[in-house]
Ligand binder design. Sequence first.
Ligand SMILES: C[S@@+](CC[C@H](N)C(=O)[O-])C[C@H]1O[C@@H](n2cnc3c(N)ncnc32)[C@H](O)[C@@H]1O
Length: 187
Amino acid sequence: MEKIKQQNKEILARFAEQKASIHRLWNIEEESAHLLFMLVLIRQAKYIVEIGTSNGYSTFWLAAAAERTGGTVHTIEVDDQRFNLAKANLKNMENIRQYNAKAEDILADFAAGIDFLFIDAGKPGYREYLALLEAKLTPGAVVIADNICSHPETTAPYRKYIENNTAFYSQVIHLNAGLQLAFFRRR
Ligand SMILES: C[S@@+](CC[C@H](N)C(=O)[O-])C[C@H]1O[C@@H](n2cnc3c(N)ncnc32)[C@H](O)[C@@H]1O
């Protein structure tokens, strides 16, 4: 990961500065970002959806991996200020489409063929985001959600749905806020 960090020193320094000076960005931790980066590469994901952009920190890592797979990141943020901050932060990356919207309002319009989904927005909404996208996942898609351990009650309906659904293999990873990693086997 050092090589990527070296190549992107400037933007990563900006993210670190914003994290220290701006409240309520809620960025994932560095180890979780590195995990996302590697999972995109392992999956060779091309159509990546992120729900919850904030200022674009996790988006940056997803897009850095997607540059190596020929993929595009579609990322959604409801808050205007964080959306605009992300737009400025990510302006030099060409493989990102940003949407300034409430995810629930636009996910039905997304095309099928999603091979990587990262969920990190309003915790009570996780189950609905997945309901709106499940039919659009490709077999072998990676679905990963943050805050599974930090917000166990609000994320429980989502977690239990995945765990009890034979279409998925899944495992909670006790890293930082806790991520549930799922492999979508079939429709
Ligand atoms: C935990 S932060 C995302 C952090 C980001 N993934 C990162 O690591 O840099 C969650 C973001 O989701 C946004 N959000 C919450 N509910 C949303 C919704 N229904 N649709 C779109 N964005 C939403 C919030 O405004 C907030 O910026």
